[in-house]
Design a protein around this ligand. Structure first.
Ligand code: C2E
Ligand code: MG
Ligand code: MG
Ligand code: MG
Length: 293
C-alpha cells in the first residue's frame, strides 16, 4: 500500500514539475516584447543620507504588469529573464530609462543632483559587454557617469572574480560607482573586496530586519559598517521598515538607507515631487510618513 501511495505521490510530483516547467516557458514567451508592449516599467525607491535626512538618490526597480496575471514580482521574472538571456536586452532598457530619468531629476535639483542605482545581474556581467552598454546609456541620456551606480550581488561576482574584477575596474575608471547588493548573505564577506574593488556595500535587509531584536545581527551590522569604513567604502542599509531600525543604523554610522519606512518604490515623476520637498532632517520625513499612515 505504501508502494502505491509512493507511486501516485511521485506521479503527482512529476506532474507538478511539468506544470512548473510549462509555466516558466509560457512566462518566457510572454516576456518577449513585453517592454515594447509597455507592460514593463521602472519604479524608483528613494535613498536617504542618514546624517542629514536628505534624499541623495534612488534605486531603479523593474515592474511587470502582466496583461492576464497582473503584477508579477521581479524575484520571479528576473530569474526567467536571466535563464533565457532576455535579461541582456531588458537590462539595457532599464539602464537607458534610469539614466534619462536621472537627468530630469538633476534638472529639477541642479544644486544637488541625485544618483540612480541600477541592478545588474550575473548574466549581464558575464556577457562582458557591460562597460559598453553602460557607456552608451550614459551618452544617450547625457548623464554624468558619477551619478550612475551599478548594483551587483555577491554571487554574481563570485564565480569569476578575476573577470568580474577587471570589468568592474573598467566601469569604475569611467566614473560609475559600483555597489555590492545583498551584502552579508554570501560566503566570502569582506575578504574578496580586495579582489573585487567596489565603492559601496548594501547590507542585506535580513540583517536590518532583526537589528533591534537580535544582538548578533546588530554586532554583524556594526562590524560591516566599521570594516567598510576602514576600507573607504560607503555603507547602505536596505529594508528599513521602522524608526527604531533607522535610528540605530544612523547611530552606528551607516551612511545611506532605504526602506518602506523612508519611502516605497514609486514612479519617476512621484520621486521628483518627493525630492523637491525641502529636506529638514529625518524628523520631517517621519512626520511626512506619519501623515500618510
Ligand atoms: P534588491 O536589488 O535587493 O532590491 C530591493 C528589494 O527590496 C526590492 O524588491 C524592494 O521593493 C524591496 N524593499 C525595499 N524596501 C523594503 C522594505 O522596507 N521591506 C521589504 N520587505 N522590502 C523592501 P523588488 O522590487 O521586488 O525587487 C526584488 C529584486 O529583483 C531586487 O532586489 C533585484 O535583485 C531584482 N531586480 C529588480 N529590478 C531589477 C532590474 O532592473 N534588473 C535586475 N537585474 N534585477 C532587478
Ligand atoms: Mg538592488
Ligand atoms: Mg538588495
Ligand atoms: Mg535583497
Amino acid at each position: 500500500q505504501a508502494k502505491v501511495a509512493g507511486k501516485s505521490c511521485y506521479r503527482f510530483y512529476s506532474r507538478a514539475m511539468d506544470q512548473a516547467v510549462e509555466r516558466r516557458m509560457r512566462m518566457e514567451q510572454d516576456l518577449h516584447g513585453a517592454w515594447e508592449r509597455g507592460e514593463l516599467s521602472v519604479e524608483y525607491q528613494p535613498i536617504y543620507q542618514l546624517a542629514d535626512g536628505r534624499m541623495v538618490g534612488a534605486e531603479a526597480l523593474l515592474r511587470w504588469a502582466h496583461p492576464r496575471q497582473g503584477r508579477i514580482p521581479p524575484s520571479v521574472f528576473i530569474d526567467v529573464a536571466e535563464q533565457s538571456g532576455l535579461i541582456e536586452q531588458l537590462g539595457r532598457h532599464v539602464l537607458e530609462r534610469a539614466c534619462a530619468d536621472a537627468v530630469r531629476w538633476g534638472e529639477a535639483m541642479p544644486d544637488q543632483p541625485p544618483f540612480v542605482a541600477v541592478n545588474v545581474s550575473a548574466r549581464q556581467l558575464r556577457g562582458g559587454g557591460l562597460p559598453e552598454v553602460v557607456a552608451n546609456a550614459l551618452a544617450a541620456a547625457g548623464l554624468d557617469a558619477a551619478r550612475l551606480h551599478v548594483e551587483l550581488t555577491e554571487t554574481a561576482v563570485l564565480g569569476d572574480e578575476l573577470q568580474a574584477g577587471s570589468l568592474l575596474a573598467r566601469l569604475r575608471s569611467s566614473g560609475v560607482k559600483v555597489w555590492l547588493d545583498d551584502f552579508g548573505t554570501g560566503f566570502s564577506g569582506l575578504s574578496h573586496l580586495r579582489r573585487v574593488p567596489v565603492d559601496g556595500v548594501k547590507i542585506d535587509r535580513s540583517f536590518v530586519a532583526d537589528v533591534l531584536r537580535d544582538p548578533d545581527d546588530l554586532a554583524l551590522t556594526s562590524a560591516i559598517i566599521a570594516m567598510a569604513h576602514s576600507l573607504g567604502i560607503t555603507v547602505v542599509a536596505e529594508g528599513v521598515e521602522n524608526e527604531g531600525q533607522h535610528d540605530v543604523l544612523r547611530e552606528r554610522g551607516c551612511d545611506l538607507a532605504q526602506g518602506y519606512w523612508l519611502g516605497r518604490p514609486m514612479s519617476a515623476d512621484a520621486l521628483m515631487l518627493q525630492m523637491r520637498t525641502p529636506a529638514q532632517g529625518i524628523a520631517s520625513i517621519g512626520e511626512g510618513l506619519a501623515g500618510l499612515r
